[in-house]
Design a protein around this ligand. Structure first.
Ligand SMILES: Nc1ncnc2c1ncn2[C@@H]1O[C@H](COP(=O)(O)OP(=O)(O)OP(=O)(O)O)[C@@H](O)[C@H]1O
Length: 350
């Protein structure tokens, strides 16, 4: 039986260097680096990573990814954009058609899982033993890990259950768990051992908003303890809230990668006014030097250039008799960045 929370690997020395991944620029944001500024190797580096399935589908197309150590790295893309396929290749669960990947400088090779002990993983749709309790499931997974000391098993299991908020449901059979509880149990498997890198495929799938918040806060606290977290998601909000860095996938290709701040910075913020006097407001914004002034119903907006002080503009609107119902600077979201980079909405990939 397979589990979505495979704890893969064995101790692996960190190689002195890492093969540089090709660099490219998409949307003005760095798309691949060989090593971090401090000279350490990236936690994850892929070079020309590709996967074509038997049916001919090119699920991942020459992917060059660099995940810095210590990052909370969001792997963002619509459903079907190649995230799970990439993760499966990162963990050596499927073989790339071309290219390869390195974790902490070590080549990932499906026949040498020993490179993966530093990595905990949660793969989409974790499977569990339905007739065993949550605790017994964890005991099974822990027993299967040859590096795990049986003497400290109970303590590890208790800690993992607490971390994911399953302490009070530990004695329930997994078949009676909700989808979100199953997801938490999968995450607990990945947390049985301390890991340098956690690879989480859609970790908040099936969770309610409260559960999502709890997992986000768990991810943040693991990162604060020094764990690099790589998490895939099709939820832009989630990535914005928890991640320091992001790579955006569309139809199997990397569209862009960089820090969340960098990515947003490529997009201009907008000064927005809500008013029953849109024509007058548009005139005043233009007089104040606003460019790309747009009117849509009661909303008027323009580029928020640095030399356009919002307080001065707002005062000018009021002084001109414009009735201002709302005024603000809207910063671009990752969704705006995605649309600008791909020219497409954030819909399911074909
Ligand atoms: N085993 C397979 N055989 C053939 N095609 C596959 C296989 N696995 C995935 N695909 C296809 O590869 C593409 C990428 O799928 P993948 O599951 O990697 O995307 P994803 O971004 O993880 O999407 P989701 O968020 O919905 O899981 C899709 O078009 C999918 O149908």
């Amino acid at each position: 039986m397979s589990t979505g929370a495979e704890v893969v690997g064995a101790a692996a020395p960190v190689a002195a260097g890492v093969t540089p991944v090709a660099t490219g620029v998409a949307g003005g944001v760095k798309a691949g680096v060989a090593a971090q500024a401090d000279g350490s190797v990236p936690a994850i580096a892929t070079s020309g990573l590709s996967k074509r399935f038997r049916g001919g589908q090119l699920a991942v197309d020459t992917l060059d990814l660099a995940v810095p150590q210590g990052a909370v790295f969001g792997f963002l893309g619509p459903n079907g954009s190649g995230k799970t396929t990439t993760i499966r290749m990162l963990l050596g669960l499927i073989t790339p058609t071309a290219g390869g990947c390195r974790l902490f400088g070590e080549t990932v090779d499906a026949s040498r899982v020993s490179t993966l002990t530093r990595v905990g993983a949660l793969i989409e749709g974790p499977a569990h033993y339905p007739y065993l309790t949550g605790r017994a499931n964890l005991a099974r997974y822990d027993a299967a890990d040859r590096t795990a000391d049986p003497a400290t098993r109970a303590r590890r299991i208790d800690r993992a259950l607490e971390q994911v908020g399953l302490g009070s449901a530990a004695e329930k059979k997994a078949k009676n768990y909700s989808l979100g509880m199953k997801q938490r149990l999968g995450l607990a498997c990945a947390l049985l051992q301390p890991r340098d890198l956690l690879i989480l495929d859609e970790p908040t799938n099936g969770l309610d908003p409260q559960g999502m918040r709890e997992i986000r806060s768990l991810i943040t606290s693991l990162a604060a303890q020094g764990t690099t977290v790589f998490l895939s998601s099709h939820l832009l909000d989630e990535i914005e809230q928890v991640c320091t860095d992001v790579a955006i996938m569309s139809r199997g290709r990397l569209v862009s990668q960089g820090s969340v701040t960098q990515l947003r910075a490529g997009q201009r913020a907008r000064l927005t006014v809500t008013t029953p006097d849109p024509a007058d407001a548009a005139r005043v914004l233009a007089e104040q030097g606003g460019t790309d002034v747009q009117v849509a119903g009661h909303r008027v907006d323009c580029d928020a250039r640095e030399d356009l002080a919002p307080d001065v503009v707002c005062a000018a609107l009021v002084a001109s008799g414009v009735r201002v119902l709302a005024f603000g600077v809207e910063r671009p979201s990752l969704e705006d960045a995605f649309v600008a980079l791909t020219g497409e909405g954030f819909d399911v990939a074909g």
